[in-house]
Design a protein around this ligand. Sequence first.
Ligand SMILES: O=C1O[C@H](COP(=O)(O)O)[C@@H](O)[C@H](O)[C@H]1O
Length: 261
Amino acid sequence: MSAPQLVVHRDKELMAQAAAARLITKIVDAQATRGSASVVLTGGRNGNALLGALAASAARDAIDWSRLDLWWGDERFLPEGDPERNVTQARKALLDAVPLNPERVHAMPASDGPYGNDVEAAAAAYAEELATAARRPEDHGPVPTFDVLMLGVGPDTHVASLFPEHPAVHETERMVVGVHGAPKPPPTRISLTLPAIRAAREVWLLAAGEDKAKAAALVLSGAGEIQAPAAGARGHSRTLWLLDAAAAAQLPRALYPPASP
Ligand SMILES: O=C1O[C@H](COP(=O)(O)O)[C@@H](O)[C@H](O)[C@H]1O
């Protein structure tokens, strides 16, 4: 697993634009090298800001949107189209504006979908969908080797729907779990687990805003993954923290990288 690297931007708007530019390049490179790209999206303010910046970028046309698989790190288990669902927000920010292949947009099930209100069945079905996709030469386990997996870091250090000390953060076998009683609404969610997250080539953790400063400092100072789930989110080639100055404000000086634009 790779050690975290940090890039600190001046403010959250610039961070979103720079991260969007970085993502465009990654996708174009993966498509040139392997024919297609796979990206795991995150919900939350920073993830949606990145998608909005990507939508506004002229360089988005460099991506072959028909050769891109999109997955989600977590989902709020609500009815289809609910404005709080991560996929609904992603569609509004970007996905409705680009020519994706709908068969390659792997949204997590909704609470009024084929599995009804059974979040465990919905999680198992998503695990099955991942396993079916993980049959390319570059895949080595029950989930695809994602090119980039993005995670918003919550003020409590949660990533995806893995909350501190919750049962889901202890999971070592299953790739996708149903989450009950999440401290952040809604209480019922679906989440990739840490082993699934660690299958990614690159994991990007997004933290912008002063409410993320304590979380970033705690995780990057060596907290354990049970108390601080973001600490367990590592990519096997790269683990990249993308921060703004406000989120980086409480980092120990030894960790603070040379000034970034
Ligand atoms: O509920 C969620 O929150 C986190 C972080 O959101 P933020 O608004 O504090 O940036 C997000 O990563 C996760 O996908 C989402 O379901």
